[in-house]
Design a protein around this ligand. Structure first.
Ligand code: SAH
Length: 373
């Protein structure tokens, strides 16, 4: 992969392109414009640390954070990309027993998605387009400097399949971890994938480089066997669970680290006791935690959300089977901001509110409430 990315003079590039550059790349590109290195580096730091643009060679304007939709403490916001499209991102509060509350930022890597998973809202819109590294990084920037949130963790679990846009995703991670820029530790970043094996192998190479070995990988397993998985996730027709398991076994996990195996629990589909046992056996050789996600119904969903007692039964059984289990909350369901609910056209069609920081009611006429979890 090439080191220096800018092809056009910095002044001609939009902000979202600039945010896709590491500090080295930015300084080099600015230097070509006659800007001294020290001044360029200072401008780069100010952009990411303070959210201001001080270099007049930028020639750029603030990107509009178009909308904020809030349910309880879960905030969904969109960023205009200047071409009628928007990114969607979600800020999720994480409550810890000892350390108070931190925020996790869930970013999109694409607009829409080509993977076609049956249970996922985003899949319904198909793939509109890939996001650039800058458009991914700008989601962190907007969360930090326009929604004014301190982001601790970042997960690539918004719209899109990161492995289908891996060049830009990896470049965004170079920028996000840049010490002169956002300086998000790679141990706080997770890439979540449907299980594209070629992508997993490329990430395996990426994490062998200095500075990236703590990057986290999450796999959407979602089924106990190939029959059910192929029905839910078309990718499985091409890449079977045994091959997926092999790729994970070959992945260079740093000492003590674990994969996150995501499992969307869908009533009557993959939530049986035998499913749980079969899944536990598949997970057995892998160092991983099992993240059970109660299904959030997409629009026109053929399935309801699971009953609480069924979620608990599945989790207890997985624990008894020896799995390390975490349960994911269902925050944001009311604003279609929960897992698998991004890309709702009803929300997308609503009038855009220009300017940063404007709050629009979530869904008109519907009351907002704090999710009980
Ligand atoms: N394409 C990537 C990342 C986006 S999806 C991936 O597949 O991992 C992020 C997570 O949300 C995945 O684990 C996915 O299985 C889960 N998900 C998708 N639709 C969901 C839904 N309706 N309810 C709950 N989780 C869902």
């Amino acid at each position: 992969m090439s080191g220096i990315r800018p092809r056009r003079p910095v002044a001609e590039q939009g902000l979202l392109d600039i945010m896709g550059m590491t500090s080295d790349e930015f300084v080099a590109a600015s230097f070509e414009q006659g800007v001294p290195r020290g001044r360029a580096l200072q401008a780069y730091r100010t952009m990411f640390r303070e959210g201001r643009f001080e270099g007049d060679w930028f020639g750029i304007e603030d990107p509009p954070v178009n909308r904020r939709e809030v349910e309880g403490q879960t905030t969904k916001f969109t960023l205009a990309l200047g071409d009628d499209h928007e990114t969607e991102s979600v800020l999720i509060p994480m409550h810890h027993r000892k350390h108070g509350t931190t925020r996790t930022l869930c970013v999109s890597s694409q607009i829409g998605c080509a993977m076609g998973c049956e249970f996922c809202e985003t899949a319904q819109m198909g793939l509109v387009r890939n996001l650039s590294a800058g458009q991914i990084v700008s989601q962190w920037w907007a969360a930090t400097h326009r929604v004014d949130t301190t982001v601790k963790n970042m997960v690539f679990m918004g719209m899109g399949e990161p492995m289908d846009n891996l060049d830009e995703v990896l470049q965004s991670i170079r920028v996000l971890t840049d010490h002169n820029g956002p300086a998000v530790p790679s141990s706080n970043i997770s890439i979540s994938t449907v299980g594209r094996i070629d992508g997993i192998n490329r990430v395996a190479e990426f994490v062998k480089q200095p500075g990236y070995h703590r990057l986290n990988l999450a796999i959407s397993v979602n089924a106990p066997n190939d029959r059910i998985r192929s029905e839910l996730m078309p990718i499985n027709r091409a890449m079977k669970m045994s091959e997926l398991q092999e790729a994970l076994l070959a992945f260079p996990l740093r000492g003590g680290a674990a994969f996150c195996a995501e499992y969307v629990l869908i009533p009557g589909v993959n939530d049986g006791d035998d499913h749980c046992d079969e899944l536990s056996r598949w997970l057995e050789p892998l160092r991983c935690s099992l993240n059970v996600i109660p299904y959030n119904p997409r629009r026109d969903s053929p399935w309801p959300a699971p009953e609480e007692h069924d979620v608990e039964r599945f989790i207890s059984r997985a624990i008894a089977n020896g799995c390390f289990v975490k349960r994911r909350g269902t925050k944001g369901r009311d604003v279609m901001a929960a897992c698998g609910q991004l890309g709702n056209p009803e929300i997308r069609r609503r009038k855009r509110v220009e300017g940063s920081g404007l709050v629009q009611p979530v869904v008109e006429g519907r009351s907002l409430k704090v999710d009980p979890r």
